[in-house]
Ligand binder design. Structure first.
Ligand SMILES: [Zn+2]
Length: 204
């Protein structure tokens, strides 16, 4: 019998980072450009975030989460060094100390307590739950910041990579030692690009 695994902190952090994505035309699209985008993103992750059913983002929550995402993408860029960061925001990364301070400030918005869960047939697991009442926007921002801190200090950080497939701007967690791309389609595009490159250089 398989026990459904909740969205891991690492996956939550990656999901937040990749809301900034390749738009299919050589540019960058932003899933969190409008409050409605954040509303949809949070509702899809209702099980992993301490928000009431029917959560709806407003402009202030959007600003807070976008600021947090900038900090998260900055620490992800730092975590993949000496590799190159995602090209989506490589020119606008926060200084290391500023990104860390922003994460810590966001995590401190709502005090949290560890909660143990141990379903039969599964390993014991801990997650953090808000220990005080707080507005939904603070709950979301604080939970995402705590997930980022847990990810950075946990075992998954060393598997983080920025994909350098043609036009790709994704961060991903490497699942096996030889994995070079976020998805097979990025590897295929890279092979096609290399093939054309060789053809150009040898075909004249
Ligand atoms: Zn990719």
């Amino acid at each position: 019998m398989s026990v459904p695994t909740p969205l891991s902190e690492a996956q939550l952090v990656i999901d937040l980072a990749v809301t900034l994505r390749h738009d299919g035309h050589g540019g960058v699209a932003d899933d969190l450009a409008e409050p409605a985008g954040l509303t949809a993103w949070v509702r899809e992750r209702q099980a992993a975030l301490p928000v009431p059913v029917g959560y709806t983002a407003d402009a202030a929550s959007l600003t807070a989460v976008r600021e947090l995402r900038a900090a998260v993408r900055s620490v992800l860029a730092r975590a993949v060094r000496p590799g190159e960061p995602s090209p989506a925001d490589a020119g606008q990364l926060l200084p290391d100390a500023e990104a860390v301070a922003l994460l810590n400030a966001a995590a401190a918005l709502v005090p949290a307590a560890p909660v143990l869960s141990w379903p039969s047939g599964a390993d014991p697991a801990v997650h953090q739950e808000p220990a005080a009442r707080a507005p939904a926007h603070a709950l979301v921002t604080a939970a995402l910041a705590r997930a980022a801190i847990a990810f950075l200090t946990g075992p998954d950080r060393v598997t983080l990579r920025a994909c350098h497939g043609p036009r790709c701007v994704r961060y991903f967690l490497k699942e096996h030692p030889r994995q070079e791309w976020c998805k097979p389609s990025c590897g295929n595009r890279a092979r096609v690009a290399r093939h054309h490159e060789r053809h150009r250089s040898t075909g004249r």
